[in-house]
Design a protein around this ligand. Structure first.
Ligand code: BEZ
Ligand code: MG
Length: 579
């Protein structure tokens, strides 16, 4: 903060303290994996408590249970929990904290002493009837029992013997507890059920938050956005990403007599209450393979909106398609291409490999590689003929040139943007491609409906959050270090994935590298632990920090760089057997 303390009014100071408080609570409340999953091993008690609390904070209509957070808030006469989440005043925070504390204690008591004791606490402290809480605890008891047993080894052995393995859905435990018990034969999703009604409802909230945030920061709604859609995520969320694309365009899914999503219809723009957004969809190979019908639905949605007789300022899809037909002399079909993926049979952007192998000179080559890999168009033309992945580099380049914001939805607490290299290869890759073609860096967002307050954060905010909640959090790295060699590899991989956000999106603050260096390399005791457990990953981590400095992503002090070089050389000597 650059302001001198003397210039702050007391209101301003209070506002800043509250803002800081909000950030700390956000980091504290983030569920993080504290170690790797060990195949066949059940969750420990703490992990179980955190999961159960998250499960209990959502309505579970499938078993008639309401969210504990709502039951407690209403019992205390504080209104709905959603209204508390929306209230960012100091009093709002206190009320929310009061509710959270009671919910947390009730889950702890449930685990220690059973449902009846927990129900009594809720009745005494928040006037929640035993009948209401009983339904929640019945669900939690079942989940707890299922978390205690792991059928993974059994399932594996049975499948190796060629025996029957019971099927079960694949999803996130919090979003769909019926994924338990684990160790079953995971099945995916019926693509015709996507987006589900709850996913479409959740997406409306996320899209509103996204558009309002963009407008607050940039003065107007984005006219064109690029979304990243992944297959596994849309399985886990029953199509939340797909639903976001539909909401941005301003259409709703139409379901046939068998409840299959068979088409779309435009929501009248007066009812939408805002302009439509032109949406470019960059789709993973896995999504393309699993969601063939959905690819066609998304293409149909764009064409439907492009044909609506609406003014340009309310319907940029129509304006852009018409403009392109006029300027390029191309067909409507060509100008309306918005659904892009890899060539049939090919997967991934390879941007991650280019970054992790340090095989790039200028950042432009990362954006160009994304386009080379993802310039294959899907959908149907006006004659009803499927495109089946026709190469359309020019069409993708023109769509990218219009994009003002990019976004990807996060589907689970387990995997975040620094856990794997795929987020930066996709969201970073498309953002770099936009920067190349639009001559301006887009606003980059990540959304999630993992907690009750559907969140939209800027990429920079998520990098900071993940850095604090995971990479620099002793709870996280000690959990990893318990796994020895593999744990050090995980830490190194987080640093490299963070670096990936510098390379593709310039989204990492300098302090992140300062603190990574301080925590893992300049701390002699920690360096020694890493060196003994896995000198190869320790060396790569130091090399990545030096690369960040060398490429100008990090302005490190000269002595720090000097020390890192010495340490790198020492590790190299050890690995080569010289030392
Ligand atoms: C997918 O689910 O589509 C996906 C998963 C991992 C990496 C990239 C895509
Ligand atoms: Mg995922």
């Amino acid at each position: 903060m650059s302001d001198k303390p003397a210039t702050l009014s007391s209101e301003e100071r209070d506002r800043r303290v509250l803002e800081l408080w909000e950030r700390v609570v956000e980091v504290e409340g983030r569920l993080i994996p504290t170690g790797l999953h060990v195949f066949g091993r059940a969750s420990d008690e703490q992990e179980c408590a955190d999961l159960l609390r998250m499960v209990a904070s959502f309505d579970r209509p499938e078993c008639g249970a309401r969210a504990l957070t709502d039951l407690v808030a209403e019992g205390l006469g504080l209104g709905t929990y959603d209204s508390l989440v929306g209230d960012k005043s100091e009093d709002g925070w206190r009320r929310r904290e009061r509710v959270d504390k009671i919910v947390r204690r009730s889950v702890e008591i449930f685990l220690r002493e059973g449902s009846e004791h927990a129900a009594r606490l809720l009745e005494a402290e928040a006037r929640v009837s035993a009948e209401e809480s009983g339904r929640v605890f019945a669900l939690l008891s079942k989940i707890r029992e299922q978390l205690r047993t792991s059928g993974e080894l059994d399932g594996l052995v049975r499948s190796l013997r060629g025996e029957y393995v019971e099927p079960g859905p694949g999803a996130d435990i919090v979003q769909n507890p019926s994924v338990l018990p684990t160790g079953r034969n995971t099945h995916a999703v019926n693509p015709y059920a996507v987006p589900s009604r709850p996913a479409y409802a959740r997406a409306e909230r996320v899209v509103s938050a996204l558009l309002e945030r963009h407008r607050a920061e940039r003065g107007r709604y984005p006219r064109s956005m690029a979304l990243v859609l992944w297959g596994l995520d849309n399985i886990k969320t029953q199509g939340e990403g797909v639903a976001q694309a539909l909401w941005l365009l301003g259409v709703r899914p139409v379901r046939d007599g068998m409840n299959r999503v068979s088409g779309v219809e435009a929501i009248p723009v007066e009812r939408l209450g805002r302009p439509r957004v032109d949406v470019l969809m960059t789709v993973s190979g896995i999504f393309r393979d699993l969601f063939g019908a959905t690819m066609l639905l998304l293409d149909k949605a764009v064409r439907c909106v492009a044909e609506l007789e609406e003014p340009a300022e309310l319907n940029p899809v129509r304006a852009n398609v018409e403009g392109q037909v006029k300027a390029d002399g191309c067909s409507f079909d060509e100008a309306a291409l918005r659904v892009f993926s890899n060539a049939p049979g090919s997967y991934g952007t390879n941007v991650n490999f280019m970054v992790t192998d340090s095989q790039w000179e200028s950042a432009d080559s990362l954006g160009d590689l994304f386009v080379t890999r993802k310039c294959f168009a899907y959908g149907r033309d006006r004659a009803g003929i499927a495109l089946e992945g026709r190469e359309a580099r020019g069409a993708l380049a023109r769509a990218l040139a219009r994009v003002e914001a990019t976004c990807q939805n996060i589907d689970s607490f387990e995997i975040g943007i620094t856990d794997v290299d795929h987020y930066f290869e996709y969201l970073g890759g498309v953002s770099k491609a936009v920067e190349r073609h639009a001559q301006a860096r887009p606003a980059i967002y990540l959304s999630d409906a993992l907690t009750r307050d559907a969140r939209v954060r800027s990429l920079e905010e998520v990098v900071r959050l993940e850095t604090r909640a995971k990479t620099l959090n002793p709870k996280w790295y000690e959990g990893m270090l318990r796994h020895g060699f593999r744990g050090v590899a995980e830490i190194e991989s987080h640093v490299t994935n963070t670096f990936g956000w510098s390379a593709t999106a310039d989204a990492v603050d300098g302090w992140v590298y300062d603190e990574v260096a301080r925590t893992y390399v300049l701390d002699t005791e920690m360096l020694e632990r890493l060196r003994c457990l896995n000198p190869h990953s320790a060396r790569s981590l130091v090399a990545r920090l030096l690369e960040a400095e060398g490429r100008g992503f990090w302005e490190a002090e000269a002595e720090v760089v000097e020390r890192l070089r010495e340490i790198f050389n020492g590790l190299e000597d050890q690995i080569e057997g010289v030392a």
